[in-house]
Design a binder for this molecule. Structure first.
Ligand SMILES: Cc1cc2nc3c(=O)[nH]c(=O)nc-3n(C[C@H](O)[C@H](O)[C@H](O)COP(=O)(O)OP(=O)(O)OC[C@H]3O[C@@H](n4cnc5c(N)ncnc54)[C@H](O)[C@@H]3O)c2cc1C
Length: 308
C-alpha cells in the first residue's frame, strides 16, 4: 500500500509539473494476478499502465529512483505470481500496441502480441517471423527472453530494441548490444524497460509463409497441452539433454502437487489442471528438480520467472 501511495505521488507530481497528463496512464488497484498470467494463479497487485511511451519513459525511472519494487509485465505467459500477490508496482506495457511496416522492417511497441506481429509480416509477404506464431507473449517479453521455437529465435530477426534504463537514459540497443543468448538478453541484467523493437525480415511468398505458420501451430496443438493453463516449457533446455525427455524418462508425467501437474502430453510443461495455487506449482517445480538431480545429477533450471 505504501509503495502504491509513493508511486501515485510520483505520477501526480509529474502531472503537476506538466510533464505528463492524467490521460496518459491508468492505475488499477487489487487486480487479480490470476487474470494477468497464463498460469491463472496468484494474489492481487496494483498495476500501472502507461498509455503513451512518454508516460512509460518518465514514470519507470521515477519509480526506480524512488527505490520502489517494480516488476515489468508483458503478456504474463512466462511468469508465476505468488499466492500472496505482489506488493510492488506491476508495470504493464500491455496498452502500448503500435505497429508499423516499412519496407522489410516491422517496428512494434512492447505490448504487441508476437502472434499479431507474425500475422502482419505474413500479410506483407515478409518471411522470418513465422516461428513467433503461436507463442502467446508480447514483443517486450519475446525480446527480454529471446523467445524461440522451431527454426527461429527472436535474436535472428531483431535489429534493434529501444529501452529506458532505470536511471532514465533512453537507449537504442542495436544488434549484439542486445546480448542475446539462449532465453537470455542484456535486459535481464540491466533492468531496462523495453519500449519497442525493430524486426528485420526478408521478402517472401505469402502462401508459403502461411503454410509454415499453420504447420507450427498444428505441431503446437499436437504436442503441447494448450487446453490447460501453463507458462509453456517450465524448465530451460540443459546442455546436451532435452529436459522434457529427462523428466519423462524418470516417469514424472502426471506427477502432481495439489492442482499442479506435470503434463501427460508434454513432460516439459507444468500445468494448472484445476484450481492449482502458485504454491502447488512452486512445490512441483522443486519436486521435479530434486528428482532429476537425484537420479541424473543434472541441475535443471526454471525458465519461468517469478513476479517478486
Ligand atoms: C502455451 C505456451 C507456449 C509457449 N511457447 C513458447 C515457445 O515456443 N517459445 C518460447 O520462447 N516461449 C514460449 N512460451 C513462453 C512465453 O510465451 C515466452 O517466454 C514469451 O516471450 C513471454 O512473453 P510475455 O510478454 O508473456 O512476457 P512475461 O511473461 O510477461 O514476462 C517475461 C519476462 O519478460 C520481462 N518483460 C516483459 N516485457 C518486458 C518489457 N517490455 N521490458 C522489460 N522486460 C519485460 C518480464 O519482467 C519477465 O521477467 C510459451 C508459453 C505458453 C503459455
Amino acid at each position: 500500500m505504501l509503495n502504491f501511495q509513493t508511486a501515485r505521488e510520483i505520477t501526480s507530481r509529474l502531472c503537476r509539473e506538466k510533464k505528463l497528463s492524467e490521460s496518459e496512464f491508468e492505475w488499477k488497484e487489487s487486480v487479480s494476478l490470476a487474470s494477468l498470467t497464463s498460469f491463472k494463479t496468484g494474489g492481487n497487485a496494483t498495476v500501472f499502465y502507461p498509455l503513451t511511451e512518454k508516460a512509460a519513459t518518465l514514470s519507470y525511472p521515477a519509480f526506480c529512483k524512488a527505490g520502489l519494487p517494480v516488476f515489468v509485465l508483458g503478456g504474463g505467459t512466462n511468469v508465476i505470481a505468488r499466492d500472496e500477490g505482489y506488493g510492488g508496482i506491476l508495470f504493464s506495457l500491455a496498452k502500448l500496441k503500435e505497429i508499423s511496416v516499412s519496407g522489410n522492417r516491422i517496428t512494434a511497441q512492447s505490448g504487441v502480441p508476437v502472434t499479431a506481429l507474425a500475422s502482419l509480416a505474413r500479410k506483407n509477404a515478409l518471411a522470418g517471423a513465422e516461428f513467433l506464431y503461436g507463442i502467446p507473449g508480447t514483443v517486450g517479453g519475446a525480446v527480454f527472453m529471446n523467445a524461440g521455437a522451431y527454426d527461429g529465435e527472436t535474436k535472428d530477426i531483431v535489429c534493434e530494441a529501444r529501452a529506458v534504463l532505470p536511471d532514465g537514459t533512453i537507449q537504442i540497443f542495436a544488434g549484439a548490444a542486445c546480448g542475446f543468448g539462449y532465453r537470455n538478453s542484456v535486459f535481464i541484467e540491466n533492468r531496462a524497460l523495453i519500449l519497442s523493437a525493430v524486426f528485420s525480415l526478408q521478402t517472401g511468398n505469402e502462401e508459403k509463409i502461411r503454410e509454415k505458420m499453420e504447420d507450427f501451430m498444428a505441431r503446437r496443438r499436437e504436442k503441447q497441452p494448450l487446453e490447460f493453463p501453463s507458462a509453456g516449457s517450465t524448465f530451460k533446455r540443459c546442455e546436451g539433454y532435452f529436459t522434457a525427455k529427462l523428466i519423462d524418462d524418470l516417469g514424472l508425467k502426471g506427477a502432481r502437487v495439489g492442482g499442479a501437474m506435470v503434463s501427460e502430453k508434454h513432460a516439459g510443461f507444468i500445468i494448472n489442471y484445476g484450481h492449482a495455487t502458485s504454491a502447488d506449482i512452486f512445490a512441483l517445480i522443486e519436486k521435479v528438480k530434486a528428482a532429476v538431480w537425484e537420479k541424473k545429477k543434472i541441475a535443471i533450471e526454471c525458465e519461468v520467472r517469478t513476479i517478486e
